[in-house]
Design a protein around this ligand. Structure first.
Ligand code: SF4
Ligand code: SF4
Length: 204
């Protein structure tokens, strides 16, 4: 009899424990039922790339002086600068310029070191093609500016987690004009203490 009562007691205890675990699981489920989904419905919705995003490179033909600095600083000597010497003008004249984005690692070294700033990074990342050779962009293709996610009428821009206002966890819930939490990169730079060389310059 005692053994039977013990078995019934153990069974009741396990039943109660199971009910508690099911309740805990369902409470998480019900909690999520009242939230909006965080999934971004690409391509109808797109995340806004960060300020320092390094996407497809933009090229301005008229600014290029054919110095080939971009080729020398590129880890794989990728940019192709096709120029000829103009004897009348006594200077190099650019004929074609190209970068193969199927090979480029988007390090932006070329952008950083170009002396005339004719290279710049854009926020374009949708470069998929059926043929990898189509990724070899010439100066005409590189001169095209992409649509910004925030200006594309076909797309709903969604803010990334790092750019959300305080206490907002989903880009879908962020009010359009609410300021993001934390400081922008330029505010951090402005608030940073001056470097040793700057202090010495000021002292002179
Ligand atoms: S570094 Fe700039 S200016 Fe010089 S060749 Fe490259 S793109 Fe042209
Ligand atoms: S982004 Fe980097 S890898 Fe691509 S062309 Fe420029 S330097 Fe070369």
């Amino acid at each position: 009899m005692l053994k039977f009562l013990k078995q019934v007691g153990g069974y009741a205890k396990e039943t109660l424990q199971s009910a508690r675990y099911i309740g805990q699981g369902l409470s998480v489920t019900f909690d999520h039922m009242s939230r909006r989904p965080v999934t971004v419905q690409y391509p109808y919705e797109k995340l806004i790339p960060s300020e320092r995003f390094r996407g497809r490179i933009h090229f301005e033909f008229d600014k290029c002086i054919s110095c080939e600095v971009c080729v020398r600083v590129c880890p794989i000597n990728l940019p192709v600068v096709d120029w000829e010497f103009n004897k009348a003008l006594k200077k190099k004249q650019l004929k074609h310029y190209s970068i193969d984005f199927g090979v480029c690692i988007f390090c932006a070294n070329c952008v950083e070191y170009c002396p005339t700033n004719c290279l710049s990074v854009t926020e374009e990342y949708e470069l998929s093609t059926f043929d990898r050779h189509e990724l070899n962009y010439d100066n005409v293709a590189m001169g095209r500016l992409p649509y910004k996610v925030t200006e594309d009428p076909m797309v709903t821009p969604i803010r990334e987690f790092a750019y959300l206002p305080e206490k907002v966890l989903s880009g879908h819930d962020a009010p359009a004009n609410a300021a993001r939490a934390g400081q922008r990169p330029e505010e951090i730079v402005a608030a940073a203490p001056p470097k040793q060389e700057e202090k010495e310059t000021e002292a002179q």
